[in-house]
Design a protein around this ligand. Sequence first.
Ligand code: NDP
Length: 294
Amino acid sequence: MTAHIIDGKAIAADLRANIAGEVARLNAAHGLVPGIAVVLVGDNAASEVYVRNKTRAVADAGMRAIDRKLPASTGEAELLELIAALNADPSVNGILVQLPLPPQIDAQKVIAAIDPAKDVDGFHPLNVGRHASGLNGLVPCTPLGCILLAKTVHASLAGLEAVVIGRSNIVGKPVAQLLLSENATVTVAHSKTRDLPAVCRRADVLIAAIGRPEMIRGDWIKPGATVIDVGINRVAGEAGKSRIVGDVAFAEAAAVAGAITPVPGGVGPMTIACLLLNTLRAACAQKGLAAPIL
Ligand code: NDP
């Protein structure tokens, strides 16, 4: 079998175009231009690239990006003051604080200080709790992207066996919650799981969020399964150059799976598209407008 390649880049581009259309409609009908504050503390090279990509995508969607770049020496109190000002600013509908933060700042404290209505990363404990309780709230972007990709293959995930490998607050746990909301039968595996290959082989939908290059082998995959690879791992490539691989051994897995996301070009592009979606939803909710169906 040769798996269908789930083209995250194209699916994300479609979603972004739909969001841009909705933003234009909101602007024309209500004078609303959603604004997102992107806060970067320090000069972590990878974070700078992520932030640049995010602000470009925000502008492409017709939204406003409010960049707040602070030096690496910024104290916790100063950052909390900025968050309070952004919370109070009605032109700011979403707030994203790029992680990781420098060691003198407690990231959990900062996340908890963001107005939950503006928490477009979906990391605030209130949004986490709402989600776990089956209530509406903002959900983290990467997990949301995973579900949207899986649903391009399965019209419904109800009753499917889903296995998530990884239990981080950023990916594993929220993706498991989302799968449960979709009525999948969910198993969450982690580093203490016994006989991981056997657990993986049960999965109709396998989501890998581990951070270990090509750990999931072809013979861990149930024939015909849908494989969503969240991993982003830099490994040595040819001619001294590095390359990015996922948590799944792609060629082996694609020979067994029914559908699979590539790395790069799978989950990654969906993360940014879902950030735009969350910002749009947050802006609509704050203005008392119905959430767009996209
Ligand atoms: P974390 O390191 O926070 O979590 C990794 C999880 O994998 C943990 O739950 C850990 O288990 C589990 N794990 C580690 N080793 C094994 C093993 N040998 N067997 C089974 N489980 C194992 O990572 P994140 O969730 O933040 O990220 C995961 C991957 O996804 C990374 O490659 C990251 O770069 C990528 N990522 C990609 C994004 C995108 O936009 N595409 C966005 C966010 C992340 P335990 O809890 O027991 O330690």
